[in-house]
Design a protein around this ligand. Structure first.
Ligand SMILES: NC(=O)c1ccc[n+]([C@@H]2O[C@H](COP(=O)([O-])OP(=O)(O)OC[C@H]3O[C@@H](n4cnc5c(N)ncnc54)[C@H](O)[C@@H]3O)[C@@H](O)[C@H]2O)c1
Ligand SMILES: O=CCCC(=O)C(=O)O
Length: 488
């Protein structure tokens, strides 16, 4: 089908200017709601483009770090105000480009505004401590130094919030940045960078280069002038980033996948648990690192919970995220859709029972999009691939257990440890969960997704390089501590 929408071409942002790639090539960013709709054309950048961006960031760093934290904060407040002014347009672009519903996209963009304001305020907060010296005539204290140039590599699932939750702390602590956004969401990222440009940050402080992971992502890993790399994405790519950064002595931070459980105990409020399982597992089409994918239910309420869950899942309205009555949009790409469909097949082959969904949506009007019905599997056991591997789609795996001890053992029986939740009214169950659940974010009587910008966020086990993002924890990655000893 021919497309009538006129799509704009988006450029790289290097040294305060919007410029085309030296490759003179662009790629299409298409809408997952309709693969014939081009959201924009984006630069297929080269190593040469990246080198220019890194050189600009390096040149800008000395004067940026010399500004006071308050002055850097003023720039971030300006970016926040501009982002807020453009919220509707950026959210709509996000929905068109990656498929999440418009209310979710608006919520994410508003979160971006709040993150910028939070880190703007960080410019006025303390960065060190006075520590008593053993020498009574000396003053000893700590201060913080920025890393220098930070490479920011981000995924497509939160195309506004994640770049901002990395760039804002990087900038407030005196670093300059080169962003490489995910290929699927470059148009949204470019609109975020337009806000930084309009706020008048000095040239070179923020740069964006779009392109493939193998050229621009790998280029960031290898670049000798990039001092720190903050990465969010898949487990496989994250490990490559970590190994490459370690090999050349750059600091790195990895936030990767999850296989997040919800535990529902015999004493739980089942209606609440059903709502939260659906919201935690299927919002954003299950494409959150914090999404619920394993639903571990105690035997006393298993059947009742299952019936309620399936009945509610059947009611969910799938459609274009721009339509007001849509609850769940498409998968973000064809390859994401195919991954989901292949895991549904794998689940069936492994002997799990598909209770509902798991098929490509064929409804008239949706046939050109990457839509899949949410899937609910019954009788899933821990050794199955659908219980172990991150699917990153709307697939819920029901697992029956007898006791809270067994629930925790099953919940911990994966390589990931990002987020987890429990529904229970029993205080001792809550305490066991808090103590024994191996996850960086544990939530009681609340869904597994839902990250608060002022609190540390990151995973245990193979979900993370064990650093934490957001809140005041971000200072640990984006700065180095300097211990100062002054003798009069
Ligand atoms: N823990 C978290 O905070 C968090 C948050 C969001 C998403 N995620 C994870 O992200 C994944 C989904 O995102 P995705 O599909 O964009 O992940 P991905 O790993 O495929 O891509 C992430 C980024 O890495 C780049 N990249 C790809 N190959 C590269 C290479 N060889 N070298 C350097 N960079 C390369 C991509 O272009 C993209 O910008 C899921 O696993 C999800 O759990 C984690
Ligand atoms: O995809 C990872 C981020 C998840 C998140 O921000 C949330 O759950 O709110």
């Amino acid at each position: 089908m021919a497309v009538t929408t006129e799509a704009k071409t988006y450029l790289n942002y290097i040294n305060g200017e919007w410029i085309a790639s030296s490759s003179e090539e662009v790629t299409k960013s298409i809408s997952p709601a309709n693969k014939n709709e081009v959201v924009g054309y984006v630069q297929k950048s080269t190593k040469e483009d990246l080198d220019k961006a890194v050189a600009a960031a390096k040149a800008a760093q000395a004067s940026w770090r010399k500004l006071s934290g308050a002055a850097r904060g003023e720039f971030l407040y300006k970016v926040a105000n501009i982002l807020e002014k453009n919220l509707d347009d950026i959210a709509e672009t996000m929905t068109r480009e990656m498929g999440k519903t418009l209310p979710e996209a608006k919520g994410e963009t508003a979160r971006g505004v709040a993150i910028l304001r939070y880190y703007a305020g960080e410019g006025l907060r303390k960065v060190g401590d006075v520590i008593p010296s053993t020498d009574s005539e000396a003053l000893m204290f700590t201060t913080r130094a920025p890393l220098g140039v930070v490479g920011v590599i981000t995924p497509w699932n939160f195309p506004v919030a994640i770049p901002i939750w990395k760039m804002a702390p990087a900038l407030i602590y005196g670093n300059t940045v080169v962003l490489k956004p995910a290929g699927e969401t470059v148009v949204t990222a470019a609109k975020v960078i337009e806000c930084f440009a309009e706020a008048g940050l000095p040239s070179g402080v923020v740069n964006m280069v779009s392109g493939s992971g193998s050229v621009i992502g790998q280029g960031i890993i290898d670049h000798p002038d990039i001092n720190g790399i903050t990465f969010t994405g898949s487990d496989q790519v994250g490990k490559q980033v970590g190994q490459g950064a370690l090999a050349r002595g750059a600091k790195y931070q990895l936030e990767m996948g999850g296989k997040n459980p919800v535990i529902v105990t015999n004493d739980a409020d089942l209606d609440l648990a059903v709502e939260a399982t659906i919201s935690g597992g299927l919002r954003s089409t299950g494409q959150k690192c914090t999404a619920t994918s394993r639903v571990i239910v105690q035997s006393g309420v298993y059947e009742e919970f299952r019936e309620k869950l399936v009945a509610k899942v059947k009611e969910l309205k799938i459609g274009d995220g721009l339509e007001g009555d849509t609850w769940m949009g498409p998968c973000s790409s064809e390859s994401q859709l195919n991954t989901v469909l292949s895991y549904v097949e794998k689940g069936k082959e492994e002997g799990a029972k598909l209770l509902y969904g798991g098929e490509k949506v064929q409804e008239a009007g949706l046939e050109n999009g990457f839509y899949v019905q949410p899937a609910v599997f019954d009788g899933v056991t821990s050794e199955m691939a659908i219980a172990q591997e991150e699917i990153f789609g709307p697939v819920l795996a029901l697992m029956k257990v007898e006791t809270i001890e067994e629930a925790l053992q099953v919940a911990n029986d994966v390589k990931f440890g990002l987020s987890a939740s429990i529904f229970t009214t029993n205080i001792s169950n809550m305490l066991s969960f808090i103590e024994d659940m191996d996850a960086g974010l544990v939530r009681i009587n609340a869904e597994s997704a839902g990250v608060e910008l002022q609190a540390p966020f990151g995973g245990m086990k193979q979900s993370s390089s064990h650093s934490r993002e957001q809140g005041q924890a971000a200072i640990e990655f984006f700065t180095s501590i300097k211990t100062v000893f002054v003798k009069g």
